[in-house]
Design a protein around this ligand. Structure first.
Ligand SMILES: NC(=O)c1ccc[n+]([C@@H]2O[C@H](COP(=O)([O-])OP(=O)(O)OC[C@H]3O[C@@H](n4cnc5c(N)ncnc54)[C@H](OP(=O)(O)O)[C@@H]3O)[C@@H](O)[C@H]2O)c1
Length: 341
């Protein structure tokens, strides 16, 4: 994935609930754009109200094509609804996925739900919670918190702990193209805080990227809050995973790169093609969560499409560098990482 960093406009649109126009979507899809109301995105299942207890109405059409999802994600959600069979090969899991209102996180949530697992979603605000309640009927719950705001992340950890134990937590949420200080909060410090503050489940997965290869530790920037780039944040995500795997050797903890896939993030900056399979981009997380297929018990690794990735930044498995990163995150947040057992 070779995305360039520019100031983001999408976040502002999402936060205000405004839609991306059809013209923007046209520039964002690798296939000729279709109208968002075509049957593929809207007719696969009854359209529930998307009105949670707060009374906020879901926005746009089901799956939010052109608003928060691409046509490809919407079509994949329809495929999941029509084709995926219930899971009979093992134990059903209780799974929490951060950033499950769109993209790869929403696809993993939809797939696991269809398999019969129990899924709790996470949304940045009430509006996005209403959207995911409508898009993914059957969720056990939706927890809410904007990971750009570390106070909200702390409160989110409290919400998650109040729901009781999970078998699996997938740290999937990620921003792209924001000013560096904001990326530090959403992509590095929030997953750090959630890892440190939430009761650890039996399995943790962290969404990284091949762009972690060009990332650096940036310890001064982490301590000062000055900020880091996207590649740095994805290196941090992978290192939080390998550090957590060291701290909790009895748990299964990995970093996962989804590939460059056709979510809204994949089409950032007007890219019109993405080289990797959307399905492969979320199936590693599903494969790990179900944990029945050969090799799915792997831990402490960086994975790509259900294989251990060999092209990994050497800092990922450098325990001294991991400790330095954890110490800098602790200094910035005031929250210590759990000690090695
Ligand atoms: N797409 C790619 O090619 C690619 C490549 C490598 C790695 N990745 C990684 O894969 C993960 C999933 O990405 P994606 O492609 O599925 O992106 P996406 O379609 O943009 O979805 C990102 C999800 O994270 C949520 N999120 C982002 N920032 C948040 C915040 N501050 N607070 C709460 N929720 C937040 C989004 O919520 P909203 O819908 O409200 O924004 C959305 O649900 C990310 O960690 C990303 O870095 C993606």
């Amino acid at each position: 994935m070779t995305l360039n960093t520019t100031p983001l406009t999408r976040r502002g649109l999402l936060l205000t609930g405004a839609a991306l126009g059809a013209g923007i979507l046209a520039g964002c899809t690798s296939t000729p754009p279709q109208d968002a109301s075509t049957p593929a995105a809207t007719d696969a299942a009854p359209n529930p109200t998307g009105t949670p207890a707060t009374g906020v109405q879901a926005q746009g059409d089901r799956y939010g094509v052109g608003l928060y999802n691409t046509r490809q994600v919407a079509d994949e959600l329809v495929w999941i609804g029509e084709e995926v069979q219930s899971f009979k090969g093992g134990e059903h899991k209780r799974v929490l996925i951060t950033g499950s209102t769109a993209g790869a996180g929403q696809l993993a949530a939809a797939y696991l739900l269809k398999r019969g697992h129990t899924v709790v979603a996470h949304a940045r605000n009430e509006q996005r919670a209403a959207d995911v309640h409508r898009d993914l009927p059957g969720l056990e719950d939706v927890v809410i918190g904007d990971l750009l705001d570390l106070e909200q992340t702390r409160a989110l950890a409290g919400q998650i702990n109040a729901l009781g134990g999970f078998d699996v937590i997938i740290h999937n949420a990620g921003e792209y193209g924001l000013p560096d200080g904001e990326l530090l909060n959403s992509n590095s410090l929030s997953p750090y805080l959630l890892t440190a503050l939430v009761t650890p489940p039996q399995q943790l997965s962290y969404l990284s990227s091949d762009l972690h290869l060009g990332g650096g530790l940036r310890l001064d920037e982490v301590r000062s809050g000055e900020g880091i780039g996207y590649g740095d944040s994805k290196l941090h995500m992978a290192m939080i995973a390998t550090a957590a795997a060291r701290v909790w050797p009895d748990r299964q903890i990995n970093a996962v790169a989804p590939g460059w896939i056709p979510t809204l993030m994949g089409f950032h900056n007007g890219n019109t093609t993405t080289p990797d399979s959307l399905r492969d981009g979320y199936m590693t997380q599903v494969w790990l969560a179900e944990g029945v297929e050969p090799g799915s018990d792997v831990t402490g690794e960086f994975l790509f499409h259900q294989q251990v990735e060999t092209r990994v930044n050497e800092l990922v498995h450098d325990t001294q560098a991991q400790d330095q990163l954890l110490a800098s995150c602790a200094e910035r947040t005031g929250v210590e990482f759990p000690a090695e057992s």
